[in-house]
Design a protein around this ligand. Structure first.
Ligand code: IMP
Ligand code: MG
Length: 180
């Protein structure tokens, strides 16, 4: 049974698992034998990241987190990004992979990527579970993408609207009446 605020299901648990496995296989191939710092962007990425990390076989993988804010509690991006929590590890000369729930306008990820490069990271790649390219305002592309979607507002599997629905085990399209 779908949550009453969800219009339709976009990806069920099985599809999510398959998508995460496909992404992990690519990362495993690309980073085999290397050191890698995976940086989860709080809070939306945590469920995706937890599932993804368990499928990563790269021996030298490490984990860290960042939190940025651009969306307040509504569905409209302000365009302004600020760092709420910075990485705690030293990224200098290290290969970094940012893990994000969804790439939307690109404001957040272009800012975070620049930020990590300015700290001296050797490389910064982006892994996102969802991508809404039609909404892009900054020229940022993901290196690993789960699924490209239309301009819909989705929730569940970590993704929120106003801090709710992160706990749904599937990803669904939020009813327009909830956010309009
Ligand atoms: P950007 O800076 O506009 O790319 O926004 C990225 C952030 O906006 C993501 O990390 C999400 O937290 C949030 N966001 C964008 N679209 C959605 C959506 O459809 N559902 C839930 N959160 C979203
Ligand atoms: Mg969010």
């Amino acid at each position: 049974m779908l949550h009453k605020d969800v219009f339709e299901e976009l990806m069920n648990e099985e599809e999510l698992d398959r998508t995460v496995s496909d992404i992990a296989a690519k990362i495993n191939a690309d980073y085999e034998g290397k050191e890698l710092v995976m940086i989860g962007v709080l809070k939306g990425s945590v469920i995706f990241l937890a599932d993804l990390l368990r499928k990563i076989t790269v021996d030298g993988v490490q984990l860290d987190f960042m939190q940025a804010s651009s969306y307040g509690s509504n569905a409209v991006s302000s365009g302004q990004v600020r760092i709420v929590k910075d990485v705690s590890c030293n990224v200098k000369e290290r290969d970094v992979l940012i893990v994000e729930d969804i790439l939307d306008t690109g404001n957040t990820l272009s800012f975070l990527k620049e930020h990590l490069l300015s700290k001296g990271a050797a490389s910064v790649r982006i892994c996102t579970l969802f991508d809404k390219p039609d909404r892009r305002k900054k020229p940022v592309t993901a290196d690993y993408t789960g699924r490209v979607i239309d301009d819909l507002f989705i929730v569940g599997y970590g993704l929120d609207y106003s801090e709710r629905y992160r706990n749904l085990p599937y990803v669904g399209v939020l009813k327009a009446e909830i956010y309009s």
